[in-house]
Write a protein that binds this ligand. Sequence first.
Ligand SMILES: *Cc1c(COP(=O)(O)O)cnc(C)c1O
Length: 375
Amino acid sequence: MNSKIWLSSPHIGGSEQRYIKEAFDSNWVAPIGLNIDHFEDSLQSYIGEDKRCVALNSGSSAIHLALVLLGVSVGSEVLCQSFTFVASANPILYLGATPIFIDSEKETWNICPIELEKCIIERISKGKNLKAIIVTHSYGMPYKADQLNEVSEKYNIPIIEDAASALGSSFKNQQCGTFGNFGVFSFNGNKIITTSSGGALICNSDKEKEKAIFLATQARDNAPHYQHSEVGYNYRMSNICAGIGRGQMEVLGKHIQFRREMHQFYIKLFRKIGKVSVFKEPSPDFHSNFWLSAILLESFEKREALRLHLERDNIESRPLWKPMHLQPIFNKYPFYGGYVAEQLFEKGLCLPSGSNLTIIEKDGIKRSITSFFKA
Ligand SMILES: *Cc1c(COP(=O)(O)O)cnc(C)c1O
């Protein structure tokens, strides 16, 4: 059998090991050092908008810290896109707050601004304490930032932008990660660039960045001994991992180009086959990195049949996210909306999208999918 074709696997550029060696040579094998400084600087200059980046050990940690920085605690409600990865919602529970889930719209698969506003009006009328809105750029597709910022400003509820998989995506030429009051990136092994595990919190000022670093390094007060007056965390990125990140930033542009080419590959393939819709940018305002290419089939049964067919050919694919409001851990919390997210889950499939897929692998994917639809 051929070796497995993965959905999205790490793609190393070339300079990563040199930066790691620098860390060893200078003995900064620690969560502090030049690689971290350089990685943060290069992220900052890449996304622009005068933002500040804090390198952390995961995207999940970044979401948790954003909630802490916004004062979320027991008694707070946090509005959250239901159609997302579980890491967007878990940190709400870490803090003892209540998640309120909201459906998606059909164009970008991200939080529906109309449902969001309806939800806010109702929760406020019930006297609830709404502290934050968590919105995800699903699979790299930018959310409707104009409309969502309008709702956020109208009701004065800050947005945490889960751009975990959207580094390099943009909306109206502004980089994802820079729209929210806080932004989040992930550099997990399956993301568009990797630090093996890692993440970043995007802030608006040096002051916020300092506070985030303070919280991420055990909240140590300014004293010669260990003195603490707040709960802290151990969330900083290692200088070794940041070396990988430095190298990965040099190839980010290439990775995006390859992922967008994979998307075009599926557009062409399914144009011939028909019956399947490929997830696309709704207008030229939206520029997706197409971290994952995704399709919608006519039914749940057809989606499962294709998934199993690919699995037999040793090709990994994965159903779209199961919405949070349908997850056993979250199904007791309120949900606002209809069946958009649920339908995406039932009919949707993510296909191999890595920037390192070879011509032979792409050919294998094409043959497997074509044979499925011929049968
Ligand atoms: C990957 C991902 C995360 C979590 O990031 P980690 O670095 O794995 O903790 C959060 N949200 C979304 C949408 C993701 O895709």
